[in-house]
Design a protein around this ligand. Structure first.
Ligand code: FES
Length: 184
C-alpha cells in the first residue's frame, strides 16, 4: 500500500516537473523567435512617418521664402529607425517651395514623375526642366510641353504654415504612371 502511494507521488512529481520544463521552454522560445526574426530581417525599417496618413514635416521658416514667387529647393529631413539604430534628421527627399502672389505657400516634390530624376528650376525661363529626358513643367508644376515624356504634372504636396514655420505633408509617388500612387 505504501509503495502504491509512493508510486503515485513519484508520478505526480514527474508530471509537475515535466510541466515546468515545458512552460519554461515555451517562455524561452517566444523571445528567441522574436529576436531571430529581427536578426534575419534587419531591413524592416520603422519610421517616424506613419504608414497611414501623411504627417507634416517642418521644412523651413516663412522668412526663408522670398516674396519674389521664385521656387526654392529645400531638403526634407525626418527621423528613421531600423532594427538597431535610430537616425536623426536624415534626408528623405526634397521639395520646391514658393510663395504665391496671394501669399500662400506651394510645395512640389522635386522628383520627375517620368522616371524619378530630380528636376531643376531654370530661373531664366521660369520653368522646371528634367535633365534626364527633358520633361518641362511650369512654375506651378503643370506639364508645359505636350512632348514631355512625363505622364503627369509634378506632384504637389499639402503645406501648412503655422507660427512662421512651413511644414509639408511629404510623400513620394510612383513614377511612370498618369495617376498619383503613393510609394509605401
Ligand atoms: S526622368 Fe524626367 S523626363 Fe525622364
Amino acid at each position: 500500500m505504501d509503495s502504491q502511494k509512493s508510486g503515485q507521488t513519484d508520478r505526480r512529481d514527474f508530471f509537475r516537473k515535466a510541466l515546468a520544463v515545458i512552460i519554461g521552454g515555451i517562455a524561452g522560445i517566444v523571445p528567441a523567435i522574436a529576436g531571430l526574426r529581427t536578426f534575419l530581417d534587419p531591413l524592416k525599417h520603422k519610421s517616424d512617418v506613419a504608414p497611414s496618413g501623411v504627417p507634416l514635416i517642418q521644412v523651413t521658416t516663412l522668412d526663408a521664402l522670398p516674396n519674389d514667387g521664385v521656387p526654392r529647393k529645400f531638403p526634407v529631413l525626418a527621423n528613421k529607425t531600423d532594427a538597431w539604430n535610430k537616425y536623426v534628421n536624415v534626408p528623405i527627399g526634397a521639395v520646391y517651395l514658393r510663395r504665391t502672389p496671394d501669399d500662400k505657400v506651394e510645395a512640389l516634390n522635386v522628383v520627375c514623375p517620368h522616371a524619378g530624376c530630380f528636376v531643376d528650376f531654370v530661373a531664366e525661363k521660369g520653368n522646371f526642366l528634367c535633365p534626364c529626358h527633358n520633361s518641362l513643367f511650369t512654375m506651378d508644376g503643370k506639364l508645359a510641353d505636350a512632348k514631355s515624356p512625363s505622364p503627369r504634372a509634378l506632384d504637389s504636396l499639402k503645406v501648412e504654415v503655422k507660427d512662421g514655420v512651413v511644414s509639408v505633408a511629404f510623400q513620394n509617388f510612383e513614377a511612370g504612371r498618369p495617376d498619383r500612387v503613393p510609394v509605401s
